[in-house]
Design a protein around this ligand. Structure first.
Ligand SMILES: [Zn+2]
Length: 176
């Protein structure tokens, strides 16, 4: 008997592919001498848009390219919202500038030493918060308000007045 048994012929349907890049789906497996566990995944080609979808989600819809494209679009929108909310919420630049400015002028304000040290400490706290990975609006507001009050008490010199204005501007950018 000759000829290949059609049942043994490698068939498209036997494997699962990414509908966009034809990257093949690998089931969860353990590999190598150390029996390292490799999670289920699609071997996407570089730049494949479907790569932003979780494996399970893509697996469940991979037979319907249109649904895959919809899912990609939806996920993009979600990510965009996330980024916008994060950056719109806090513009850290104004706070970094304010903290730096206070550091520059603090010794020119004629404040008693303990108060000057306290002013610089708050400016440092503000700087740390504003340059952290995820600045907390509540803490930015707290430190900035403290700086504003201290600068206001420091008198009406040009330098202090300008610091108060910068603080107000920064607080305004936080929204109420
Ligand atoms: Zn792909």
């Amino acid at each position: 008997m000759s000829g290949a048994d059609p049942g043994l012929k490698p068939s498209q349907n036997y494997y699962t592919y990414c509908p966009l890049c034809n990257g093949i789906f690998h089931e969860e497996s353990t590999q190598g001498l150390l029996r390292r566990k490799s999670p289920a995944h699609f071997a996407h080609r570089d730049g494949c848009e479907a790569a932003i979808l979780p494996t399970e989600e893509l697996l469940s819809i991979c037979s319907w390219p249109d649904r895959v494209r919809d899912a990609i679009r939806q996920r993009r929108t979600e990510q965009q919202h996330f980024t916008q909310n994060n950056t719109d919420g806090v513009d850290a630049t104004l706070f970094v500038q304010l903290a730096g400015y206070v550091g520059q002028i603090s010794s020119t304000l004629g404040m008693p030493e303990p108060e000057r040290a306290e002013l610089e400490r708050v400016a440092q706290d503000l700087h740390d918060e504003a340059t952290s990975e995820n600045p907390e609006p509540g803490r930015l507001r707290q430190f900035t308000t403290q700086l504003k009050d201290k600068l206001g008490e420091a008198g009406t010199t040009m330098a202090a007045t300008m610091g108060v204005q910068m603080a107000e501007q920064a607080l305004g950018a936080l929204g109420q």
